[in-house]
Design a protein around this ligand. Structure first.
Ligand code: FEO
Length: 161
């Protein structure tokens, strides 16, 4: 059993994970429209990871006597200035998500909610990987700049990941 504070914060995180899923799906569609099918496939895989994150929280809430409360998911953008702009936004979003997870850990620790803290540690580790994955693609895109052939090569590689 956990406090209403933790239940509320976990539900906010649940909503954010659903937004991440929705946002990355929108980015995948954006890449597909640019015929960057490697990026589209990779971003769709990112999106699927977000659904896994959301469902972990969804399942954990009732296990501890709480309830998953589904609320409105914000509308994502549908257009970005460039592939780099889209991936940079995703990277920023992951940094914010890491901050939210860290705040949740702080809350759990302040309330001596050890089971919740243990549950959240999986997310702490996952966020390190998520940020690293996005940052690597941002760096690659910065490296090729406006070069279409460079973008073509990255897209080809992204399709293999
Ligand atoms: Fe669920 Fe990408 O953080």
């Amino acid at each position: 059993m956990f406090s209403r504070n933790i239940e509320k914060a976990l539900n906010e995180q649940l909503n954010n994970e659903f937004f991440s899923w929705y946002n990355y799906l929108s980015m995948s569609s954006f890449f597909r429209a640019l015929s960057l099918n490697g990026f589209a496939r990779w971003m769709k895989a990112q999106s699927r990871r977000e659904m896994v994150h959301a469902m972990k929280i969804y399942e954990f809430l009732p296990e501890r006597g709480g309830r998953a409360m589904l609320t409105q998911v914000a509308q994502p953008s549908n257009q970005w200035d460039s592939p780099l702009a889209a991936v940079q936004e995703a990277y920023r979003h992951e940094q914010e998500a890491s901050g939210m997870i860290n705040d949740l850990v702080d809350l759990a620790l302040s309330e001596h909610a050890h089971a919740t803290n243990a549950f959240l540690q999986w997310f702490v580790t996952e966020q390190v990987e998520e940020e690293a994955r996005l940052r690597a693609v941002v760096e690659k895109l910065k490296l090729v700049g406006e070069d279409p052939y460079g973008l073509f090569l990255i897209d080809r590689d992204m399709g293999k990941t």
